[in-house]
Design a protein around this ligand. Structure first.
Ligand code: NAG
Length: 214
């Protein structure tokens, strides 16, 4: 009787999850499940769309930092800007370039832009990040900004940041964030579900729930 029930249950799972073998293999885009998508990405010198991070569903907090999870897809030159206002003219924002210089280097900068879109960039830090960007595999990471200005970008499944900036006295908060590009199309994923300590999603979904949603 018990055995019969077990067989029946397995049969149900097999029927309800016909694509189970495919999900076991997975695909790189599984990582951006639950994120919001931004693909109408303005050019580097165009008017930017700044999102208020306090409207995000997924913001992590510690006693001295805030963090969000993001993804980006594109061949090279992902650009993230953040600062304290939605229209940051004549005020300083942080700009992070991911996989610039033919996908070899990433940098942190401070930028001040005028209303005519002329700008001043000050390099804060550069780092070697060979092939960090890809058009077929989203770069998905947590970005943590500390009260003292420290910034850390850590890839899913890794403990150490792949990009970090030590902070200085001039702290720029991540109140508003914008996504731009340089020479190639870009898709951003933002407000992504945060990962728990084991690197899993915080969504409490089981195999059965996954199946019934599929
Ligand atoms: C943005 O403007 C600067 C300065 O005018 C220019 O050198 C640069 O090529 C522009 N970037 C793009 C992607 O158009």
């Amino acid at each position: 009787m018990m055995l019969g029930y077990a067989v029946f249950l397995v049969a149900i799972i097999l029927v309800a999850c016909p694509s189970h073998s495919t999900t076991a293999h997975g695909n790189f885009f599984d990582a951006i499940k639950g994120c919001l998508q931004f693909d109408d990405v303005p050019g580097y010198n165009d008017t930017q769309m700044y999102f208020a991070t306090d409207k995000f569903r997924n913001v992590g907090r510690t006693h001295n930092s805030r963090y969000i999870r993001l993804g980006v897809v594109g061949d090279n030159d992902g650009h993230i800007r953040f600062g304290r206002s939605p229209y940051p003219y004549d005020e300083t924002v942080v700009e992070i370039v991911l996989g610039g210089w033919w996908n070899t280097q990433s940098v942190f900068r401070q930028q001040v832009r005028k209303r005519d879109h002329s700008f001043d960039n000050v390099l804060l830090k550069e780092a070697s990040t060979p092939r960090v960007m890809s058009r077929s595999r989203p770069l998905v990471f947590q970005m943590e900004v500390f009260d003292n200005g420290r910034i850390q970008l850590t890839k899913d499944g890794e403990r150490r940041p792949f990009l970090e900036y030590g902070g200085n006295h001039q702290t720029i908060p991540m109140d508003y964030i914008a996504f731009t590009k340089w020479d190639v199309p870009m898709i951003y994923f933002y407000d992504c579900p945060l990962l728990n300590e084991d690197g899993g999603s915080n969504d409490d979904d089981t195999v059965l729930l996954r199946c019934s949603l599929a």
